[in-house]
Design a protein around this ligand. Structure first.
Ligand SMILES: [Zn+2]
Length: 268
């Protein structure tokens, strides 16, 4: 009888620990803004054995990377023109909480910035960079792409605004504070006295392409409304090179569109 009780106690403890662990994993996943892996024990990268071709087989959590049919990025080509609703940008200034998460340089936004799209408000969580661009246009990649990651607090779904960053002669002053403070080593988001204007990071013309897709990093969840601005923002060759020295290549290859809609705002 006594042994039996101990057995039950042990079993209960085991079940409790399992539940606790699962909750921790779920919380970590919920917390995952685009670039954080749900399980930090799983190491993934952009090349070799841990590269994009292998993500889907690394853990059951990442199977969408392999088996998903609405994955991102894509090659943007043959978009159907449609009179789309505008993206309502409501961007504030933010302190520069910049860090290197091992996969990209990310800036966490202060609370208060958001976009409204099809009557849903998505709060801006963070933005980060890819080098070269992840999306291609008619098969062509840009030197870099920036992703502004927003979340609908009710559904948890994401809306990501992507902007191509192309090369010009002059430094882009709106991006200067970011590119002057790129952390070369893995780091934590820290408090900062530097303030940047989020709105100034966008091009003036906000015509966009849109399609339904996924995170471009594990676990590749298919929860993203992609809003890709047609017009790029220009950076200097030096600014692009500064990022390239830290992340030579952090872009997932393009994925098949399959039977998804790809629209461009016809601006009517
Ligand atoms: Zn991204």
């Amino acid at each position: 009888m006594f042994q039996n009780t101990r057995y039950i106690l042990r079993l209960t403890l085991l079940i409790l620990l399992t539940a606790l662990f699962s909750t921790a994993v779920i919380v970590a996943q919920d917390d995952s803004e685009e670039e954080e892996e749900g399980d930090h024990a799983i190491h993934w990268s952009y090349a070799g054995e841990e590269g994009p071709d292998h993500w889907g087989a690394m853990t059951p959590d990442f199977t969408q990377c392999l088996e998903g049919t609405a994955q991102s990025p894509i090659d943007v080509t043959g978009a159907v023109a449609l009179n789309l609703t505008d993206i309502g940008f409501d961007y504030m200034d933010t302190a520069l909480h910049i860090f290197n998460n091992g996969h990209t340089i990310q800036v966490n936004a202060d609370e208060g910035s958001a976009i409204t799209y099809n009557e849903i408000t998505y709060n801006l969580l963070q933005f980060h960079f890819h080098h070269p661009s992840e999306h291609t246009v008619n098969g062509e990649a840009a030197p870099m792409e920036i992703h502004f990651v927003h979340q609908d607090p009710n559904s948890g779904n994401l809306a990501v605004v992507g902007v191509m960053l192309t090369e010009s002669d002059a430094d882009n002053e709106a991006y200067a504070a970011i590119f002057d403070h790129l952390p070369a080593e893995i780091s934590e988001a820290t408090a900062s006295d530097l303030v940047i204007s989020l709105d100034a990071l966008l091009p003036e013309d906000r015509t966009y392409f849109t399609y339904q897709g996924s995170l471009t990093t594990p676990p590749c969840s298919e929860i993203v409304r992609w809003l890709l601005l047609e017009n790029p923002v220009e950076l200097s060759a030096e600014q692009i090179a500064a990022f390239g020295e830290i992340f030579e290549a952090n872009a997932r290859p393009v994925q098949p569109l399959n039977n998804r809609d790809l629209f461009i705002d016809s601006n009517e």
